[in-house]
Design a protein. Structure first.
Lengths: 235, 271, 235
């Protein structure tokens, strides 16, 4: 048979150092082991293979040859717990990671919270809630931290030492702002029609400041207690 | 019959389903394991041991009719399909035997025979095709896929997006929402016409001298909020009293003070 | 690298007639395709492979080389449903009892119906019945739908708007067909005019079509009424 001759030649080349009279001549045996190991749902031991192969097949020699044949390929013949199976080559496992990139939009609550952090930073969660008039779920801040647009800055020097939040450089980059001070102020918001011109006189839009240096009433984050806080449901 | 109704609903009013409405598929199988008259015809045709393209349709028709009459002689229950087919084949036979008539609307015997032969060949072809199909190397029976596929791990990564417009409008909207404090509409004090008139009557008494209307009201005009209603109601009440002839009004020019006094000839009016 | 040199040599021998500068030189590409196809539970299209390989990889050439490389082995690289996968060699079936999946035995009626759907698709139930000369019990189509080999495609634009049936990708995968045009004996049947629908005297020779896009005389399935059909108490 042509293909047998072909394979023989190949095997000879691939496993040039096999002992004469070994497995290399048993082309059919080699094909059978390949097929059995490929289709099996579990790794197979040498004995299990031998049971399913024609009597007298030198399974051990075939396995040795095949191990060498496949060593350089994308799939290797490996031994796991004294059983044999094919496995993707170690250096190619990166191919098995498929990264799914999903475009997601921020929820309304997240947008509001983000905006408040941007304008009112450094701001604590309680302050955000006060401005929004509703309680902010932990999830909303988590999502915003995941976006990389806000960060924990420090702790407010008030009872409970709440964490203060501020925006990051990634925030500026994403929203195309050169500095945080480019965020429009009260008059600009009115001018753009975003704010009703009839807002009460007491209405203030703060001048945002994302300076890295902590403000006077902020303490640096202390990692130990931060962890504690982060787990605090009320934090 | 429920079955035929169902078929109609499923495939629409197709003639094929209708013509067979009276037959029950389970009965069909009972006739010696044939799957319908076409299957029986195909089996008979095969018995001619020739290529299906060269079968004698006439001989086939006769075999079928013979089969049916034999079945009837044995009092076998034949499904209606078989009888319909028998009737049609009897018609075909007559067409084939009689000299061809010039009737362009009806197909000739040869055409009918060819159509029947075509259907038989097509059915046979489909049976062969199904055998060839099933004889292929089928997955899980003849050829096998990898027994231990390596699952690819999927890493979910989110890319968040928001525009500066969304950000600003969210901020403005929610700040504004919060800035709107509840407005309570204060209840206004209103002097009714009745009250104003009573007051007016009491205040002017029998004053016969012209005096500005507001001079009577000095005690009541201390409250700025009430000024308008007091003046308006009093003026309206005074107009009514003028109509009744009880007082007189005088104004020298638009927006000038309005003067009033009791009417001098009240006794005349009283008569 | 030693193993690359090794593999290169092998590939050269195995695919001696490949064009110079083809895939044979892309040892890493070849290893990656091997790994991906071995690992995948489902066949992968050339595009799917290309997406997961470094840009510029000549996937088609690699697949050609690999097909030839594996042709003589116990596991072959084959194309089904226009996608690629490894399958055990068909002459080794006798070894595979352990891996064999219990196959549902299809009735003669179901087999015939399957063939009619495959060769005549898109086809309505009335047309199937016309060809078989017997009414099709609902169970027959149900069984075939359950195998996942046939599917409801749409509705024929004729009175009653009957449902049209066609085959699925699972059908191609199960029967190892590269495309629906590889159905056995298709050309002969077409040549003999046996795929004509005889009843409406159409002189066109239809070709089975399992394309997802509906043909001109098909309407999309309307879920509402389809559901009604599926729930029929006689079903």
């Amino acid at each position: 048979m042509e293909r047998e001759a072909d394979l023989l030649e190949v095997s000879d080349r691939m496993a040039g150092d096999h002992p004469p009279g070994g497995a290399a001549g048993d082309v059919e045996g080699m094909r059978m082991v390949e097929a059995l190991l490929f289709a099996s749902a579990t790794p197979l031991s040498t004995d299990e293979l031998a049971q399913r192969l024609p009597a007298g097949t030198n399974v051990a020699a075939i396995l040795e040859t095949l191990t060498r044949t496949y060593a350089a390929r994308g799939v290797n013949l490996v031994q796991v717990a004294e059983k044999w199976c094919f496995r993707t080559a170690d250096d190619l496992t990166f191919l098995m990671h498929e990264s799914m990139v999903e475009q997601r939009r921020l929820s309304r609550a997240a947008l509001e919270t983000l905006a408040i952090v941007a304008y009112h930073q450094p701001v604590t969660r309680a302050e955000i809630e006060e401005i929004r008039g509703v309680s902010t779920s932990k999830g909303t801040l988590d999502v915003l931290l995941e976006t990389g647009w806000i960060r924990m800055r420090g702790r407010r020097r008030t009872p409970g030492r709440p964490v203060t939040y501020g925006t990051t450089e990634a925030f500026l980059v994403h929203f195309g702002l050169e500095t945080i001070k480019d965020l429009p102020g009260l008059e600009e918001l009115k001018g753009a029609g975003l704010l009703d011109s009839a807002v009460p006189a007491s209405f203030m839009v703060p001048t945002p400041d994302d300076a890295d240096t902590l403000s006077e009433d902020e303490d640096p984050l202390d990692d130990g207690s931060l962890f504690e806080d982060a787990r605090d449901p009320d934090a | 019959m429920a079955q035929s109704e169902f078929q109609d609903q499923f495939d629409g009013p197709a003639g094929v389903a209708d013509s067979r409405a009276v037959s029950d598929p389970t009965l069909v199988v009972d006739v010696d394991g044939f799957e319908g008259p076409l299957d029986l015809l195909l089996t008979l045709a095969r018995n001619q041991k020739v290529d299906l393209t060269r079968i004698s349709v006439l001989a086939l028709v006769e075999q079928y009719l013979e089969f049916v009459s034999e079945a009837r002689r044995l009092r076998l229950e034949l499904a209606a399909d078989y009888l319909v087919m028998a009737a049609w084949l009897a018609y075909l036979k007559s067409k084939l035997l009689l000299p061809e008539q010039k009737d362009e609307d009806e197909p000739t015997g040869e055409e009918l025979a060819a159509a029947l032969a075509f259907r038989l060949r097509r059915l046979e072809a489909m049976r062969e095709a199904s055998q060839k199909l099933m004889a292929r190397n089928r997955l899980g029976r003849d050829v096998f896929a990898r027994g231990m596929p390596e699952t690819t791990s999927v890493e979910h990564k989110n890319i968040w997006s928001a525009s500066i417009y969304e950000l600003l409008s969210a901020y403005a909207t929610q700040r504004q929402r919060q800035s709107v404090t509840s407005v309570r509409v204060a209840r206004r004090t209103v002097w009714s016409l009745q009250e104003a008139r009573e007051l007016l009557v009491k205040l002017i008494g029998r004053a016969a001298e012209w005096a500005p209307i507001t001079s009577y009201l000095q005690d009541y005009l201390y409250d700025e909020d009430e000024w308008a209603t007091v003046v308006a109601s009093t003026f309206s009440a005074s107009l009514e009293m003028v109509r009744e002839g009880r007082i007189e009004l005088r104004q020298s020019a638009p927006f000038a003070p309005v003067y009033l006094r009791t009417r001098a000839d009240e006794d005349v009016h009283g008569t």
